[in-house]
Design a protein. Structure first.
Lengths: 638, 194
């Protein structure tokens, strides 16, 4: 079926999300293979390609993790196909070792574009690290930084050509404001001809060359080639790159450099302030377009750099300017002129430019009385698990079982929706690191001999992604702790994408489920409890059994994500479960449902001193009916 | 100088504000505008505040986010979120079109409705309000609230497009429920007195 992304309509203006624009750029650039692991803000890139895959005859997969994703994509380049791997910035960290080696040893004949969504401000991440540092200093590959969906499409497409020309992976560095911006984008031509896969070991040429020269492979030589050959050529490319634009009108008082979405912020701020500036837009930020930078540095006394998140360009410019224009003052994060962390915006740029030029900062309406009135209500909509969420029921069972047995445990969380089990009223854990960190850290804690039992909480997708090696490590090293796998059958947090246990692929083809119980047993854990969290009494008993045993154990709480359940029912035109209601004559106001369980559909009414259920939010799971001590909660009859 | 028109669609996750913004974007393309849009989310994934910034222009392009106090109009699917958003983003004497029906938080800690409307006027803003939630229920599906509100926004004059552009966008994106959504559009449109 033709989709918004796959349509053959050159010249048509279409509204595209930044991530969809990357997908369209890949399609127009004749990319035939794509792989990824879900992660906000980059998930929709692979989703868009998967949705167009059948129509266009391209291949798209959700991989087990980002490391496998980049290997898969690079593997396809050795068979001659242009390939795209996408992920969020955490995923780029997972790609580190493969990409260092693909950078040194060259990819296949097909081009490889690595599209990464950084998350300045960490809107949906556990940090806001700047992955350009990895791409430039560790992978040593060229970086493109589109400012918006239009450039996201064009740069991705160009990325494949550059990749084949420079024999290097090309890094397309996106940010949340590019990934999740939407813009009218002009569609280009679809490729006329597909490539047929044909294995060609490009590494052999390199290996033979080195054997002739040195008698064996020479890693220093490989590294030298990156600097003397690839980055040199890439520097020439950067000078001619269409996204590297220097705008001067001969009347400039200041120089400004901006990359990514900051370019738009700067344009708007200059416009609002009526400032003439020599403005360098960096669409390719590594390596720098030195010729254009020379021109900029030669025309002004001060240059302000705007970028998110680290002073990456600023550092490059400083070190370059030191030799060629030592008297030009570079202003940015390092000397405190721009914020050192978080996202920028038009206002921040206006403040910085005004301060730099000694102009008064334009005032905003104060509205202080209104702000004072609304401040106490700012935080009324709290983050939390959805109504009917199986994780809430699982967390409740663990809390009840440990409390009944008088056990104080060390809980460790992981990355996914269930991270919110760390919040009141469940507080299942107070420590989280990154993908797989729960089981990983439990290994060390258990071996210290700490006087409390250790429980690692991890999601199903996360377990496949990064939990397995740590669980094997526990068996290998006799580390005794409990692992709770919250199996809701999909990758919930990022939009219900399938994983190895789901039974279908990104392209919606049926596939064999990787059996979770068998996998856990194969990791060496003999004691495995599989529980349905919607049966709360049995779940509490099951957790108690495990807690009373002395073995290393795994509890699997299995129940489809409630939001995905509703989505599927609606899609299939099936009826939804009846909501529940609280009988006010039976409710004695004990607040168990509010203070212990905490479903957002249950609302406390101060006037009556009783709780009630919002029938628009209730999804009919009935879990609250099981925990109400007064049996006051019942399904609403038709 | 910038020639852009800035509109923010704000509400609570699940009310369909991102879809509303996309429909406005599609219609604007047909009306000959360029479009840039951005989304901002509060702390909540579902049930948290969500706003979609819609920026339209003909000559000078712009980024996806509207600067503070630079929105020409705020379209609120939820009254408190409309107030919060307008306080930060609305130009003085801008326009607010909002649903009157609140989405209550679990602990019912919520600013009085009458106070919300008093404060909105103090921004200062020209305010159009309607009980969009009830209208959507009357039409047959509370999920059509976003389309009811697009109808009212159109009548209030904050969308620089023709009715047919919006209807084409609805036909294209919501092809499974065109009749219901056309009814919702009409209900919202008729509920605003200019």
């Amino acid at each position: 079926m033709e989709t918004r992304i796959s349509q053959d309509a050159p010249g048509k203006r279409v509204l595209l999300l930044g991530n969809e624009a990357v997908a369209r750029g890949a399609i127009e650039g004749n990319c035939q293979f794509a792989s990824s692991y879900p992660g906000t803000p980059a998930s929709e890139i692979l989703e868009a390609l998967a949705s167009a895959s059948k129509d266009l005859g391209i291949y798209a997969q959700w991989s087990t993790n980002e490391m496998v994703a980049v290997w898969s994509a690079a593997g396809a380049t050795y068979c001659g196909l242009r390939s795209l791997v996408s992920a969020k910035h955490h995923g780029a960290a997972w790609m580190t070792d493969p990409l260092i080696n693909f950078s040194h040893w060259q990819i296949g004949k097909g081009g490889l574009v690595v599209a990464i969504g950084d998350d300045p401000q960490g809107h949906s991440s556990s940090n806001e690290f700047d992955s350009r540092n990895l791409a430039s200093k560790v992978f040593e590959i060229p970086i493109l930084e589109p400012a918006d969906p239009r450039e996201a499409k064009d740069f991705t497409k160009l990325g494949f050509e550059l990749s084949e020309r420079l024999k290097s992976p090309i890094y397309v560095r996106l940010t949340t404001r590019v990934c999740h911006a939407t813009m009218d984008v002009v569609l280009g031509e679809l490729p006329k001809e597909k490539r047929s896969p044909d294995y060609y070991p490009t590494t052999v040429e390199l290996g033979m060359e080195m054997i002739q020269k040195f008698g064996w492979v020479n890693m220093a030589y490989l590294h030298e080639r990156i600097h003397k050959k690839r980055l040199k050529e890439a520097s020439e490319v950067s000078n001619k790159f269409p996204g590297n634009v220097l705008k001067m009108d001969g009347d400039e008082r200041i120089g400004v450099i901006a990359s990514g979405v900051c370019r738009h912020y700067v344009e708007e701020a200059l416009n609002k302030l009526g400032i003439h500036a020599a403005f360098m837009q960096l669409g390719m930020s590594f390596p720098l377009p030195t010729k254009k930078i020379n021109k900029l540095l030669g025309s002004v006394k001060k240059v302000v750099v705007f970028e998110e998140t680290d002073p990456f360009i600023e550092t490059e410019i400083r070190s370059y300017a030191k030799d060629v224009a030592p008297n030009v003052k570079i202003l940015g994060k390092i000397n405190g002129f721009t914020p050192v962390s978080g996202e920028l915006n038009v206002r921040e740029v206006i403040k910085t430019l005004s301060n730099t030029l000694g102009k008064p900062i334009p005032l905003l309406p104060k509205r202080s009385k209104i702000k004072k009135e609304i401040t106490p209500y700012q935080g009324i909509r709290r983050i939390g698990l959805c109504p009917g969420c199986s994780h809430r029921a699982a967390g409740y069972a663990v809390k009840k079982a440990t409390r009944d047995l008088g056990i104080d445990y060390i809980g460790i969380g992981d990355i996914g929706c269930y991270g919110m089990m760390g919040l009141p009223p469940l507080v299942s854990f107070m420590l989280t690191n990154c993908m797989g960190g729960s089981i990983g850290m439990a290994n060390g804690m258990a071996k210290t001999g700490v006087n409390k039992p250790v429980i690692a909480f991890i999601g199903d997708s996360t377990f496949y992604h990064a939990g397995v090696p740590s669980l094997i490590n526990a068996t290998f090293n006799n580390a005794k702790f409990i692992t709770v796998i919250l199996d809701n059958r999909v990758t919930g947090m990022t939009g219900f994408q399938p994983h190895p246990g789901s039974g279908y692929t990104a392209m919606e083809d049926k596939t064999k489920r990787v059996d979770l119980e068998a996998l856990v047993r194969a990791c060496g854990v003999d004691n495995v409890e599989v529980l349905d969290p919607y049966n709360i009494a049995k779940s509490i008993d099951g957790v108690k059994r495990v807690l009373e045993g002395q073995e290393a154990s795994v509890i699997i709480f299995r129940r489809l994500c409630s939001t995905e359940f509703l989505r599927r029912r609606r899609k299939q035109g099936l009826s939804l479960p009846r909501p529940f209601a609280i009988d006010p004559s039976l409710c004695d106001g004990c607040r168990t449902c509010i203070d212990e369980f905490g479903c957002p559909a249950i609302i406390w009414d101060d006037k009556t001193g009783k709780a009630f259920i919002d029938d628009a939010l209730c999804m009919g799971c009935g879990n609250c009916a099981q925990i109400c001590p007064e049996h006051a909660i019942k399904v609403v009859k038709k | 100088m910038n020639d852009n028109i800035n509109i923010i669609v704000v509400g609570v996750g699940g009310q369909g504000n991102v879809m509303a913004a996309r429909l406005i974007g599609d219609a604007a393309i047909e009306a000959g505008y360029h479009v840039a849009m951005g989304e901002t989310h509060g702390a909540g994934q579902r049930g948290g505040a969500v706003s979609s910034h819609v920026r339209l222009w003909k000559k000078v392009s712009c980024g996806p986010l509207i600067p503070e106090a630079d929105a020409d109009a705020v379209l609120g699917l939820e009254p408190f979120e409309a107030l919060k958003c307008a306080t930060k983003f609305l130009k003085p004497n801008g326009i607010v079109v909002t649903n009157e029906c609140p989405v209550m938080p679990s602990d019912r800690n919520y600013l009085e409705i009458s106070k919300i409307f008093n404060l909105l006027k103090k921004i200062p803003a020209k305010v159009f309000s309607l009980d969009g939630t009830s209208l959507a229920k009357e039409v047959g599906d509370v999920a059509s609230l976003n389309i009811v509100m697009i109808g009212s926004a159109y009548r209030a004059g904050i969308l620089p497009v023709k009715e047919k552009h919006l209807k084409n966008a609805i036909k294209d994106r919501l092809s499974k429920a065109v009749d219901l959504n056309f009814k919702a559009f009409a209900a919202g449109k008729n509920a605003v007195k200019k």
